[in-house]
Ligand binder design. Structure first.
Ligand code: NAD
Length: 325
């Protein structure tokens, strides 16, 4: 069994601890907060609990560390884990600069270790279905993709909507299209905390000519977690707020009837709802990390996917900062 430690026992860390306790040998729990340590000592009496991250790195038996601390600490902690010769699962985003992520990727490759970013949505069975539909050619040529992530989660003071919410949609968009954008533009504003954009609109253009858009906002009447893929033959919507209709496929597409002499019309056909497994994405994500640690699967691929996401977020952030708020 993989021997694992988790650092950061907050709102999200507790879910990671629950899963890794069930799937692996949970050896260490680490948090700088005495209150959190006390709570987790009671809940996981067989694990070692510490405030000092170095204790995890110094344990020669520990195989892997999970980092679920605040975003600005991710790169530094993940780097230390890799330097200590251990595998790392690091919550999204693993770094806030492309160069830092490049370093993590290089370090992991040099030492043949896993550096897996926590791109949770890539393990969602609904997103897997989208990928299957895109790759099978069933939708025809994919023309554009857009994500809506509005009115969700904690309104953060130290992280804007782009980094906090956008990282999810961006990881999915890059996964579906399998390319990095050649252009990335973002506009937004900070209405609540000065300098922390709470409403952000992004535009991406890819070398293939496909385009994407993301609307990320904490200020919105609609609670939305939705990704739409527009193909030439069919269109598909993944709506994570739906309980049963997570994925809906529309047989809808542009066509030119002969009698309209070149004018386009929209053809509409059946609407179908494929069955999507009810598996917990986080459980699948943790299982995938453990498989990579065991040497099964593409270690390099997951780290490189993380690099694409961080690089694009950085480009979008530059664009956002260039426009006076
Ligand atoms: N994948 C997802 O869907 C998802 C969802 C929520 C949060 N997250 C990510 O999880 C991470 C944590 O978010 P959260 O909401 O749990 O935050 P949180 O503030 O509730 O928890 C963070 C914890 O880390 C601890 N901490 C801070 N610095 C530390 C250090 N150097 N060493 C050890 N512990 C330290 C804090 O005391 C706190 O208990 C963030 O990166 C966030 O982006 C991911």
């Amino acid at each position: 069994m993989t021997r694992i430690g988790v650092a950061g026992l907050g709102h999200w860390g507790k879910n990671l601890v629950r899963n890794f306790d069930e799937l692996a040998d949970l050896r260490w729990l680490c948090d700088v907060s005495a209150e959190r340590r006390e709570e987790f000592t009671r809940r996981y009496p067989t694990a070692n609990v510490t405030e000092d991250f170095a204790d995890l790195l110094a344990d020669p038996e520990l195989d892997a560390v999970v980092v679920a601390t605040p975003v600005p600490t991710h790169y530094g902690l993940a780097r230390q884990v890799l330097e200590a010769g251990k595998h790392v699962f690091v919550e999204k985003p693993p770094a806030m600069r492309g160069e830092e992520m490049e370093e993590l990727v290089a370090l992991a490759e040099e030492r043949d270790l896993t550096c897996m970013p926590g791109h949770l949505l890539l393990y969602h069975p609904g997103v897997r279905k989208l990928k299957e539909l895109v790759d099978s050619g069933d939708l025809g040529d994919v023309l554009c993709v857009y994500g809506n992530r509005q009115n969700l989660g904690v309104i953060r003071k130290d992280e804007n909507a782009l980094w906090s919410l956008g990282v999810h949609d961006l990881s999915v968009i890059l996964y579906l299209l399998d390319e990095e954008p050649s252009e990335a533009w973002a506009h937004g504003n900070s209405f609540l905390t000065p300098g922390v954009e709470d409403v952000v609109f992004c535009y991406l253009r890819f070398p293939s000519g496909r385009i994407a858009h993301m609307h990320l906002s904490w200020l919105d009447p609609h609670k939305m977690r939705k990704i739409t893929v527009v193909g030439r033959d069919k269109m598909v919507v993944f709506d994570d707020m739906e309980l049963e209709r997570k994925v809906t496929i529309y047989e809808k597409g542009p066509w030119q009837p002969a009698q309209t002499y070149g004018e386009w019309q929209t053809r509409t056909g059946d609407i179908s709802v494929p069955k999507i497994a009810n598996d917990e994405p986080l459980r699948l994500e943790c299982e995938h990390f453990l498989a990579l640690v065991r040497g099964e699967g593409d270690r390099r691929g997951v780290a490189r996917d993380g690099l694409g996401v961080v690089r694009t977020l950085e480009q979008l952030q530059h664009s956002l900062a260039a426009v006076p708020a």
